[in-house]
Write a protein of this length. Structure first.
Lengths: 117, 116
């Protein structure tokens, strides 16, 4: 079974600075997807960024980028130029690419990010 | 386009009572997932529907939980009778039918269930 570990229960960052959230995972599969989801205090969880395991290039979405290290099974999220609106709980998630998995997500425990003005 | 909606947003019940949670997926999404987050723990998968059919119930904790998806549209998750350990946030997510490359799950705001 796959597992996802987020070792930082809480992180804080000053506005306009950069922060990196850590995520490691364990799997024996070769084809899979990794995600970062954000859940602001209003509770709607939204997708921040997604990485396909077969792609070596790290995914980027505006101020959000990932450092995907497949051999190390590491998938960290970097937030540049942090904004107050980035304050949220961030969840790292794994999804198999195999149909037999029904594409269900396996989540880490989350990292609560605080942005200080 | 309306997102995934869930009702109620918060439910407080006594142990032994019954509660029904509802999820309305994004229109046209065949896949519907239920997840649960118990305080301080990971978000855990409960079950998966494709249209009205249950594809995977492997995450359902026990037979006190019953999920249905009438006509392949909205879904309900009933807990009967509720126990203290059922407290948590129940999330619903939906996605279009397709392969792994296109499957992106969109989440609802969750229902916070408190069993006293």
């Amino acid at each position: 079974a796959q597992t996802v570990t987020q070792s930082q229960p809480e992180m804080s960052v000053q506005e306009a600075e950069t922060v990196t959230l850590s995520c490691t995972y364990d799997t024996s599969e070769s084809d899979y997807y990794l995600f970062w989801y954000k859940q602001p205090p209003s509770r709607q969880m939204i997708l921040v960024i997604r990485q396909e395991a077969y792609k070596q290039q790290n995914a980027t979405e505006n101020r959000f980028s990932v450092n995907f290290q497949k051999a190390a099974k590491s998938f960290s999220l970097k937030i540049s130029d942090s904004q107050l609106g980035d304050a949220a709980m961030y969840f790292c998630a794994y999804r198999s690419a195999f149909p037999s998995s029904n594409y269900k997500l396996t989540f880490g425990k989350g990292t609560l990010l605080t942005v200080n003005p | 386009e309306a997102g995934v909606t869930q009702f109620p947003s918060h439910s407080v019940i006594e142990k032994g009572q019954t509660v029904t949670l509802r999820c309305d997926p994004i229109s046209g999404h065949d896949n519907l997932y239920w997840y649960r987050r118990v305080m301080g723990k990971e978000i855990k998968f409960l079950l998966h529907f494709v249209k009205e059919s249950k594809q995977d119930e492997s995450g359902m904790p026990n037979n006190r939980f019953l999920a249905e998806r009438t006509g392949g549209t909205y879904s309900t998750l009933k807990v009967q009778p509720a126990e203290l350990e059922d407290s948590g946030v129940y999330f619903c997510a939906s996605s279009q039918r397709g392969g792994p490359r296109t499957d992106t799950q969109y989440f609802g705001p969750g229902t916070r269930l408190t069993v006293l």
